[in-house]
Design a binder for this molecule. Structure first.
Ligand SMILES: Cc1cc2nc3c(=O)[nH]c(=O)nc-3n(C[C@H](O)[C@H](O)[C@H](O)COP(=O)(O)O)c2cc1C
Length: 224
């Protein structure tokens, strides 16, 4: 049987990989989840570039099982805010969030109110495609959907950050309301909601500490 069609692979040429890695680390370290956004406009092209960058992500069987839904319309942003706040109200003050969860969120100072959902120029809701649809509308199996969409979302956040934009990874759960409000098809499920914009001039973020290399990496030196 003939193999698949192939094209030559071209690795990036990097003169000084270690310095490049250090620059990448410094840039990534500066990314923070922002919850105080200004209404400064963001050209739609920047969001499009970030979506295309995200869509280069590896995915199970190359199904690319994601849809990035872009919302800039003020009335839709208001509807999203109202519905998200209703879910979050039930989570934070309606008893749906258990004590352990509340304690974990306390250092972040978050609450049910999400005014930034109306202030930001753009909201992108990432949807995972639980299954695909072929041209005749037949279901196609997708593989490792959550892993694939998670990686694409990571690339998306990084692309936004590299363009000087601020974002928040937001999950006002349960997020079913997003599929309804945005009229998404049956095969799509909300994965994450991402407000995107510029921070306010006096924006502050929680003083968090990230795990050190020792805490997140182990090297296996002895084969059993
Ligand atoms: C899957 C996921 C869900 C999150 N959901 C929320 C959320 O609903 N609201 C919120 O304010 N932050 C949310 N965050 C942001 C985290 O609180 C934040 O990433 C973490 O505190 C680390 O801060 P940093 O992003 O500034 O490094 C979420 C992050 C992830 C990865």
């Amino acid at each position: 049987m003939p193999g698949p069609e192939t094209v030559p692979y071209q690795a990036l040429e990097v003169d000084d990989p270690e310095t490049t890695g250090e620059v990448i680390l410094a840039e990534y370290s500066a990314r923070r989840s922002v919850r105080d956004f200004s209404d400064r406009p963001v050209p739609k092209r920047l969001i499009e570039l970030a979506v295309e960058a995200a869509s280069t992500a590896p995915s199970g069987a190359h199904r690319q099982p994601w849809t990035f839904v872009l919302v800039g319309d003020q009335r839709m942003k208001r509807r999203i805010r109202e519905a998200a706040e209703e879910e979050e109200r039930q989570n934070y003050v309606g008893g749906r969030m258990n004590e352990e969860w509340q304690a974990a969120l306390e250092p972040l100072g978050t609450d049910w109110q999400k005014p930034f959902l109306e202030t930001v120029p753009w909201i992108v809701v990432v949807f995972e495609q639980r299954y695909g649809l072929d041209e005749s509308g037949e279901r196609i199996h997708n593989y490792y959907v959550k892993e694939s969409v998670g990686i694409a979302t990571g690339l998306f956040l990084t692309a936004l950050h590299r363009m000087g934009l601020a974002s928040l990874t937001h999950t006002p759960s349960p997020m079913r309301f997003l599929a309804d409000l945005l009229g998404r098809p049956e095969n799509e499920r909300p994965f994450v909601l991402i407000p995107i914009g510029y921070p306010t001039d006096d924006c502050r973020v929680p003083d968090i500490v990230r795990k050190s290399l020792d805490e997140v990496m182990v090297e296996v030196t002895d084969a059993p």
